[in-house]
Design a binder for this molecule. Structure first.
Ligand code: GLC
Length: 788
């Protein structure tokens, strides 16, 4: 390809300097208050300003016509009636309770400040602009203290200042390194953190977009190849507020089924029924917990989706039923490409029902993927989504509750790596080209699949894993970061990638543990499993032709360690489940960069090699070969080593020793975590529930414990258990109050075992008003679950 040669640095390819070829939005001619907001007519086009909430404002520029306000696929949050007061002087000022927009006339510029007058998003000599060829662009001032996060799934470090990113869903197999961009997901959103205060920006545009935080020292820009300059600004002021605001708009994930949070084993591919049974059997025999085995493309007949190769898999129904009895579920891969084969019923139906993508002229688009020449369902059309969703009865009837969507960028084996951009999508009655809708193809496939599965499962929660997506994908699917490699660098890269996905609304994310391409090794896999045990999505997957990487693949010494960490994952499941529920309610991710909890601590701003689980746990994996010591930064407070109980002072970097079987995990004193019972899979319900209380001598902590049946949507009807714990620590006393506020779900455990660790000398303990005796620096008590 030309871009792989010196042509890539041909002088003609360099960008035009400055914005000479862009036209500015110009001067304000007139404006009008409408039912939904304010509409401005400028010399260069139209602008709309709409408040969605006091802390969310939307700005839309269209150079050619009055902006279109209602064609977003990403946005589900309603525009709330928001009180806005206006001041008309030379400039126009619009005030909500949280934001202040100062709009100047000549040129037309919008300054967004908070109500304290702190500038947030500012325009100076440059503002909004466009090219006659259809591109739209926005420039904003880049403050010297700004740090940037989010952008969905991007390689590189945590802080994205100085980067330039493109959003164009792309199947990238090789190369794959820190500068590889774009990848499979497009989430045109980011968060700015400046001196402890955060705000966010979501650019709702499905064309190819570019975010440039690199080319100029005091501006960043965001541009799209077409469409409108349609963006939302989130007022923050904390990083958590920004994620809450962004996910108010783009939606949050449903509470996942518990089994989806267990350990998953995959391989491209377990090629036969025999092989699948052997792998499952080994997990059971070795007593290594397991919840899911994946069926990669070899299960199909010639890679035809919704079929089985009956030579390799003679009786899938029995196989799936046998596995399920053992607590192991099957998740099959489903790609969008439908083999062009006149004798294949899905292809026949697709043609007869007019479900496939076509050119404007009416001819079918086909491209090469695994099955050879294939047609692609037009998921932008409701009728097609329904058809595709219903087709999943094929899997459901075999007992399948989870689906893996891959190659849905869509990936096509050609020079451009994707579908012809001139294909015309139906787009639910508003036809548009693939160029305009490319970035939501995978998202719409996810919607079709999730909704189809949900409907068919009649009250049970489906699980969907996807490679491609757009802003809002969290409503339908978990995301894995695609084809990484078995390199230590990829383990290192996985942390900031998953953290930034979390900041971008995708709380349920993970990487191929052990690395997909290339050969893994015992040490790498072990260290990766340790980190993976604490990432929201935990799947070991590897490519055809590489070394096998099941937990036992590199000998007993490694196997024993990996088993220990998979078991640990299961013990921690109740804690993780609480955090997933929190993400469902607020959007705040399970796995967090430290800056999310400590936005006032500049030492956290670029910290990419350690992460938090919730608000009180720090995990700092070892991510280099032969290394058994690493620096760990612990922010303010006091921290207990989860395994040894050793205490560490916060606001400090510590050198932590961790042999191959050790993972540095720290729990903040003055907080609580929940642990369940050990199990082979989530099919076994928790018989015991323990709250580990890390006592301290100062401070308050509120802890919410949540549990439900883990598999139905009954939680939406209030069928869950919720216990609120409040803790108050002083030098003299640790006071705990446990209050069951909802007990419509009745677990097997009837009491909570409360274990209070690390009591200071002489500290008394009181639980629900009763004094508890201590033994040395610990105390244990059982508290009934049911509300009396
Ligand atoms: C793609 C996927 C990978 C899968 C393979 C075969 O490369 O990213 O996970 O195993 O296709 O289906």
């Amino acid at each position: 390809m030309l871009n792989d040669t010196s042509f890539a640095i041909h002088p003609q390819n360099s960008e035009k300097i400055g914005n000479t070829s862009y036209q500015d939005i110009g001067e304000l001619l007139e404006f009008k208050k409408t039912e939904r907001g304010y509409r401005f007519q400028c010399t260069g086009g139209y602008v709309y300003i709409l408040f969605y909430r006091p802390d969310i404002v939307r700005i839309v520029m269209n150079p050619n016509q009055i902006p279109e306000l209602d064609d977003s696929r990403a946005v589900v949050g309603k525009q709330q009636l928001t009180e806005v007061s206006e001041v008309r002087e030379n400039d126009l000022t619009l005030n909500s309770e949280k934001l202040q927009l100062r709009i100047s006339r000549k040129p037309f510029r919008i300054q967004i400040l908070d109500q304290q007058g702190t500038p947030l998003l500012m325009e100076t000599s440059r503002g909004m602009g466009f090219k006659k060829t259809g591109e739209v662009i926005g420039y904003k001032v880049m403050h010297e203290d700004d740090h940037y996060y989010g952008f969905g799934e991007k390689t590189g470090f945590l802080d994205k200042r100085g980067e330039k990113y493109e959003m164009w869903n792309t199947d990238v197999y090789a190369p794959h390194n820190p500068e590889t961009d774009p990848l499979y997901q497009s989430i045109p959103y980011f968060m700015t953190l400046r001196n402890g205060r955060a705000h966010g920006l979501f650019f709702d545009n499905t064309y190819k977009t570019v975010f440039d935080l690199k080319s100029e020292p005091d501006y960043f820009s965001f541009m799209a190849e077409g469409g409108q300059l349609d963006y939302y600004m989130f007022a923050g002021p904390s990083p958590k507020d920004v994620v809450e605001q962004y996910t108010y708009l783009t939606g949050r994930m449903p509470v996942p089924p518990k089994w989806a949070l267990g350990y998953h084993q995959s391989r491209y591919s377990y090629e036969t029924e025999q092989e699948v049974r052997e792998v499952a059997g080994a997990f059971l025999e070795k007593k290594i917990p397991l919840d899911v085995i994946y069926f990669d493309i070899h299960y199909m007949n010639g890679y035809r989706v919704f079929t089985f190769d009956h030579e390799r898999f003679p009786d899938p129904e029995r196989l799936i039923a046998d596995l399920k009895k053992a607590g192991i579920r099957v998740v099959p891969i489903v790609d969008p490409g439908v083999k062009k084969d006149p004798e294949y019923p899905i292809y026949q139906e697709g043609i007869q029902g007019d479900h496939f993508c076509k050119y404007l002229e009416g001819n079918l688009y086909t491209g090469d993927v695994w099955p050879g020449e294939s047609a692609f369902p037009d998921f932008t059309d409701e009728k097609v989504r329904k058809w595709w969703g219903e087709k999943h009865a094929f899997y459901r009837e075999l007992g399948v509750e989870g689906i893996w969507n891959d190659m849905n960028e869509p990936a096509v084996f050609n020079e451009t790596k994707t579908m012809d951009t001139s294909v015309m999508h139906r787009n639910d009655g508003k036809p548009a080209t693939h160029r305009a809708l490319h970035n939501i193809y995978g998202f719409m496939m996810g919607k079709a699949t999730y909704e189809g599965m949900k409907e068919g499962l009649q009250g049970k929660r489906p699980f969907l894993l996807t490679r491609a997506g757009f802003a809002g994908i969290q409503r339908y699917a978990a995301v894995w970061t695609g084809d990484n490699r078995s390199f230590w660098e990829h383990l290192q890269m996985s942390l900031p990638m998953v953290m930034n996905l979390g900041l971008s609304g995708v709380a349920f994310a993970g990487t191929d543990v052990g690395g997909f391409a290339h050969d893994s090794n015992g040490e790498l896999l072990t260290r990766w499993m340790q980190a993976g045990a604490f990432t929201p999505y935990f799947r070991n997957h590897s490519a055809i032709g590489t070394r096998r990487q099941e937990p036992w693949a590199f000998g007993e010494e490694y196997e024993a360690i990996m088993k220990k960490y998979i078991e640990l994952r299961y013990q921690w499941l109740p804690q993780l489940y609480n955090l997933f529920r929190q993400a469902h309610q607020t959007g705040v991710p399970v796995m967090r960069p430290l800056l999310m909890e400590y936005p006032d601590d500049p030492k956290t701003y670029r910290l990419h090699d350690q992460f938090m689980i919730g608000d009180n746990v720090i995990v700092a994996p070892i991510m280099s070969p032969g290394v058994t010591d690493r620096a760990v930064y612990l922010p303010e407070g006091e921290w207990a080593d989860y395994f040894s109980g050793d205490m560490y002072e916060g606001n400090k970097v510590h050198l932590i020793h961790a042999e191959l079987d050790q993972l540095p995990v720290f729990i903040k004193r003055g907080t609580i975590i929940a642990h369940g019972s050990m199990k082979q899979s989530t099919m076994e319900k928790d018989k015991q529930m323990t709250f580990h209380v890390y006592a301290h001598h100062q401070g308050n902590y509120q802890y919410t414990f949540y549990d439900d049946d883990g598999e139905t949507f009954d939680y939406e009807k209030g069928k869950f258990l919720e216990i609120h714990v409040s803790m108050n620590c002083t030098k003299e006393k640790v006071e705990l109050e446990l209050k069951t506020v909802q007990n419509e779900y009745h677990p097997l455990y009837k009491t909570i075992q409360v274990v209070i660790h690390h009591l200071d000398e002489g500290q008394k303990i009181e639980v629900n008003g009763k004094s508890i005796a201590r033994q040395q620096n610990q105390a244990v008590i059982s508290v009934p679950v049911e509300r009396s």
